[in-house]
Design a protein around this ligand. Structure first.
Ligand code: SAM
Length: 315
């Protein structure tokens, strides 16, 4: 049977039609974790924490309109409908956030610009335009191989947002590769460590394919755990509320729960929601494994005796 998405009603009409609090399809306590089944455009305007602007962090990895064979969602809308769909769920996310909340969007080249313009028009502040870089993009000869997705980091309030750099630090190239003594005597931040750069890659950062240990059956486009671990650690505190409007295999809620955050996942497919919830209960498999790893791409440089002496004196 052909898949059809409920895309035609205007947002205001939907908001009026969905005032009753929906029931989660799956839930577990300590910390409170809930999965709702339905169209996120409806649910973002009906789940009480969203209606009351109580969500601290939203991570959204929407369908890209690339004809992916999702369980229920038809991933091939006419372009203008896809853009309306995008603006609609973005608006729902912006409205659900606390005044200090953050919104991350994982999106490829085709729609990144439209999302940035829309969020700016809604008064959101862009904090970072990060890139998730992976190897093994699909081979092609007609243009450069695609090997990245944009990770757009927006906040409601640039100066008053949850930001935990200490939770995500990594060894700097100056420390691991160039043995530059200045990194051990810094005015800001711990010696030899840095906040990661805005291009993300490295061990465990590849796409979840083949026999990857993280891979869940029947899930298209699952994100790596390390990606969500970085976002959740950096932009939320324990006990805060994290929401994913496109839960998929459940990566966001699995990581959020494991890190002591409350979590809400919205998912259109009942089967995906069920499988995501099982994963949430099982917990992540790599938590913490990518922390404190250097992402330097050059081998350590040889240093002369003078540098070694200086380093020995500073470390
Ligand atoms: C790209 S996948 C998300 C993958 C997820 N980040 C992960 O790591 O597994 C998109 C998911 O959104 C769901 N979806 C699509 N449209 C939706 C909608 N309007 N409301 C809620 N979920 C939707 C799809 O069924 C699919 O599971």
């Amino acid at each position: 049977m052909a898949k059809t998405n409920p895309t035609t009603k205007a947002p205001a009409a939907r908001a009026r039609a969905t005032t009753a609090a929906p029931k989660p399809a799956h839930q577990i306590a300590d910390p409170d974790t809930r999965v709702y089944v339905g169209d996120c455009r409806e649910l973002l305007r009906a789940v009480p924490e969203c209606v009351n602007h109580e969500v601290d962090l939203i991570f959204a990895d929407p369908p890209f309109n690339w004809q992916v064979k999702y369980d229920k969602w038809h991933d091939g809308l006419p372009r203008d409908e896809y853009l309306k769909f995008t603006a609609d769920w973005l608006d729902g996310c912006v409205d659900a956030l606390t005044p200090t909340g953050s919104l991350w969007v994982n999106i490829p080249d085709d729609t990144a610009a439209e999302i940035v313009v829309h969020l700016k028009s809604r008064g959101m502040h862009m904090i970072n335009w990060c890139i998730w870089h992976y190897r093994f993009g699909q081979n092609r000869m007609g243009s450069f191989i695609q090997s990245k997705v944009h990770a757009l980091y927006f906040a409601k309030d640039r100066d008053n947002r949850t930001w935990n750099p200490d939770g995500i630090l990594e060894p700097s190239d100056r420390a691991t590769t160039y043995f530059d003594p200045r990194t051990f005597n810094k005015a800001e931040g711990p010696n030899g460590m840095r906040v990661p750069m805005d291009v993300w890659y490295g061990k465990y950062w590849g796409r979840i394919q083949g026999n990857n240990k993280e891979r869940r059956p029947n899930h298209m486009n699952q994100l790596p755990e390390v990606y969500l671990e970085r976002v959740v650690r950096a932009c939320s505190d324990k006990g805060m509320l994290v929401l994913d409007p496109f839960l998929g295999s459940g990566t966001t809620a699995t990581i959020a729960r494991a890190l002591g955050r409350r979590a809400i996942g919205l998912e259109f497919s009942p089967a995906n929601a069920k499988s995501a919830f099982q994963r949430i209960e099982q917990g992540p498999i790599r938590l913490g494994e990518a922390l404190n790893q250097s992402t330097a791409i050059f081998a350590p440089r040889r240093t002369g005796p003078k540098t070694k002496q200086r380093l020995a004196a500073t470390t």
